[in-house]
Design a protein around this ligand. Structure first.
Ligand code: PGA
Length: 259
């Protein structure tokens, strides 16, 4: 399978923003008409849990899928405050972000947990968007490849090639998240091609070729094109710049898209 089979994907991660119904509604009502004619890439928006239902309702006829930002790995049980995969599925959610660096750093989500969450998402037909990336110290110590390799190895452990077809990887260097300091497209491409090669080795060449690897970390309308030009960058995961409809729409429509 060639790279032309990888449909570009643009994801907005709202984090803990715009989570009241009027806020979600305003943002999505602004975004929907702006991206209505986009047919050559997938658009996913991930609001907080509180407005997932409103979001899936608002986007029911739009070309925007709705994702959650997290999930619990069990289907149900005594886990106060947690949300499970079947609950998300019941809201019309199709994607879920797993292992975002904020969850890893602030909520102690370690490798094993990420692996269990991926399993649960797959079991309930939610497409996992699995985040990996090194922190500033690791970056300075030139540990990026080692760190990312371990996150991938542990996170994706035990998955079959068929399950891997549902997975999207997001490479997000932590030092680039919310800092305005995006990685250079050259550096991001280097890490992406490393990840692709590792996945091809660990799973199969088909998995390596077909899996989508997104870049995340200070993506803006003025740098989207250089990322999308890279052969191993199949889209982006956007935080801050996904909170304004017109700004996010510019990223969604960022040129060039050759595939
Ligand atoms: P940012 O966040 O675009 O605000 O840097 C990216 C992310 O955390 O996914």
């Amino acid at each position: 399978m060639g790279i032309e089979a990888r449909i570009p994907m643009i994801i907005g991660n709202w984090k803990m923003h715009k989570g009241t119904i009027p806020e979600t509604s305003e943002l999505l009502r602004g975004l929907i008409p702006l991206v209505r004619d986009v047919a050559d890439r997938e658009i996913v928006v991930c609001p907080p849990f509180t407005t997932l239902e409103s979001a899936t309702y608002l986007c029911k006829d739009a070309n925007i899928s709705i994702g959650a930002q997290n999930l619990h790995w069990e289907e149900k049980g005594a886990f106060t405050g947690e949300i499970s995969a079947p609950m998300l599925l019941g809201l019309g959610v199709t994607h879920v972000i797993i292992g975002h660096s904020e969850r890893r750093q602030l909520f102690g989500e370690l490798y094993e947990l990420v692996n269990r969450k991926i399993d649960s998402a797959l079991q309930f037909n939610l497409a996992p968007i699995v985040c990996v990336g090194e922190n500033l110290d690791e970056y300075r110590a030139e540990q990026t490849f080692r760190v990312v390799e371990k996150q991938i190895e542990c996170g994706l452990k035990g998955l079959s090639d068929i399950q891997m077809r549902e997975i999207v990887i997001a490479y997000e260097p932590i030092w680039a998240i919310g800092t305005g300091l995006a990685a250079t497209s050259f550096r991001a491409e280097m890490v992406h091609s490393f990840i692709r090669a590792r996945l091809a080795e660990t799973f199969s060449p088909e998995v390596g070729n077909s899996i989508r690897i997104l870049y995340g970390g200070s993506v803006k309308p003025d740098n989207i094109s250089e990322f999308m030009l890279q052969p191993d960058i199949d889209g982006v995961l956007v935080g801050g710049a996904s909170l304004e409809a017109d700004v996010f729409a510019k990223i969604v429509m960022g040129k060039p898209f050759y595939r």
